[in-house]
Structures are given as structure tokens and as C-alpha cells.
Design a protein around this ligand. Sequence first.
Ligand code: DX5
Ligand code: ZN
Length: 221
Amino acid sequence: MIKIAPSLLAADFVLLEREIRAVEAAGADYIHLDVMDGHFVPNITFGPMVVEAIRKTTALTLDVHLMISDPGRYVRAFADSGADVCTVHVEVGTDLRALLREIRELGMRAGATVKPATPVEALYPLLPSLDLALVMSVEPGFGGQAFMPESLEKVRRLRAEIERQDVDVEIEIDGGIGLENAGQAVAAGAEVLVAGSAAFRDGKVVKNVAALRRAGLAGLT
Ligand code: DX5
Ligand code: ZN
């Protein structure tokens, strides 16, 4: 079993409801929502107001990826907006364990993630506090970048550590995922594939998600 999480970053924001209907029709598992503050990353996207609007139009799992410098200040707002999964970056330098506990207490699933330059080992002590561990396979900030193959080794090591600690943590990979690497990502141990450009390419979401799922599942054999 693998999950496909189209990132709305690559969607047409004027037609957001139509894009969400397409993601649903495609049988996607999560909707990945990239929140950027122009400070932690050099780009600005949207905040809880937009997540709340999306929540009103779909029952799909809302997978919120917070690329913001002060996530602690906003996790409650994202919980109130209807987020299901809330993922924070270890690089923010706050007491992650307390923050992850708060995320769970607010009723969300807790996620943590590492930028490409951060060793995946930074996630190991957090695993018991996590429901999802995200390996970034591009520098966070923008969609449409090239996949960094080094991230596969991070996924492999993380998978081994999750097994060693015997914890129930889903591995997600995000950035540059497409038909050419989805299988490799799954073979390395990823269970949730985030895809922005590859999911929305040519407006053919149903076809793209099906192809991504096939490519990903091929990595299991
Ligand atoms: C990048 C975001 C990704 C992005 C992926 O900072 O975290 O979720 O939308 O887009 P693609 O799949 O185009 O790399
Ligand atoms: Zn993301």
C-alpha cells in the first residue's frame, strides 16, 4: 500500500475547488498543503484561512507541511482550520518534542521533516513522538525542482531506524517526485509520495495520479 499526496502548490488557485474535485476523482489519499512564510523559506503561500476553506470543500486528509520559522505560534490555528496532519521542520530549533505533543493534543497527526542538508538522524530521537516523518528531496520553497537522489539513502536509513525502534511512523517523501523516481522512493521505504508538478501536469490529475501510483507500486516488487 502506498499513498499519493498531490501538492496544491502546483494547482490553479483560481480554480481551487475544481482542482480539489479532480484530486478526489483521482483517488488521491492526501492533499498536501505547503505553508510558507517568506522567512523560513524564500516564498510565501497561504495560511490557515485557506486551509479552512479547503476543509469546507473536502473530506480528504489535509496534510499540512509548515515551512515557517515559528510553527509553535500557529499550530492551534491550523488545528482549528481542520488540518489532519501537521508537519514541522526540525531546523526551526524549538523544543520539537513538546511541539509534537501539542500537535497531537490538538487532535492532529504529528509530522517532522528535514531539509536536504540536515542529516536524517535528526529525526531518530523524535520517532516515538511522530506519526509521519518527511524526507525533503528538494530544497523547500518552490515546486518544480529536480529530485535529489541522495534523499533515497535518507529514506532507507529512516526505514531501518523505524523498524529498529519498532514504531508506527509513515515515511513521506516530497520534492521532484515523478514517474522516473516514484518506484525508487517506494523501494527505499517511502509510503507517501508527495507530487506537485507531476500530479497537476497538463491538468490531467486523474491520469497523472494513476500513473504515479503505478510507478510507485512497481517499487514494491
Ligand atoms: C516544496 C514543497 C513541495 C512541492 C513539491 O517546498 O514542499 O511539496 O510542492 O512540488 P514538486 O512535486 O513539483 O517538486
Ligand atoms: Zn511540501
